[in-house]
Design a protein around this ligand. Sequence first.
Ligand code: SF4
Length: 313
Amino acid sequence: MSDLYQAYRSCTLCPRECRVDRTSGRLGICGESAELRIASIEAHFGEEPPISGTHGSGTLFFSGCTLLCSFCQNYQISCFHIGDRTTVEKAADQVADLVKRRGIHNLNLVTPDHFLPHAIDLIQRLRTRGIALPVVFNSSGFEKVELLRQTEEYADIYLPDFKYSDAELAHALSHCRSYPLVALDAIAEMVKQKGFLDHFSEGRAIASRGVLVRHLVLPGQTANSIEALSMLFAEFGPELPLSLMSQYRPARMVKQAELNRPLRPEEFSRVYNHLLELGFKNCFVQHMEGSPEEEDPFLPDFNRERPFKGNLR
Ligand code: SF4
């Protein structure tokens, strides 16, 4: 086992710091051993325009997750661990195939933190093959600063969530009271490394570097969203690239009753108006269109061969 993979022996790859030996098959909170498991690799068109572009973002979904939000839109892979055991070499072949067939704009690693050694190995192998796509680290925001320092030479774009300003809500939905402070520190490190997304700072149509922060508005939780935007503004100012998302759909029944319904337009408007009042300048806003009951084409079903209906092009 190379040095890179030693991290699995007493795993502290995320702030949960379970210290289990994943090479022995023991599982921590993320529920994944040291054997790579991937749910999907495909060209994805549901990201923000400078990430998806016209040819798609080469999106690789790792199975498992360190945060395990009760409302997860990808719960089949985060909680039920749908995915195939595979090797880094096979994953590199699949990415190379997407580059050749689809001309993807980037490699988009979704929740790579608990498989970081494999993710780094994959990037190194792709570089050895002459494939030097911008690499997107697409994460929950629940990350350790010292681990981010290790990813600096491999990541080009950071796409973190900032889910919660409210520690008690973070505890109720993700068993993680520390989330607001941990995620703010993580985003600060990301901004220090890469700056703001160059789509905004340099006018690039397809992004190649920088940070874009996402916030998904949850039904019944507008106070959390409003405070989350205020915290981001206080920390990073009006130029911070921000993606405000309305796409929440109840993916499965959860015990928090309000999360079992879609977001209401008036809830989204309240949060959007706050974004405008604060004066954020560089935003993607996913305005609510159609009935909130309609199925989102980018709500995945990982039991399908192509999990995202919106990718069928
Ligand atoms: S990556 Fe998984 S096993 Fe490692 S510390 Fe985080 S939750 Fe625990």
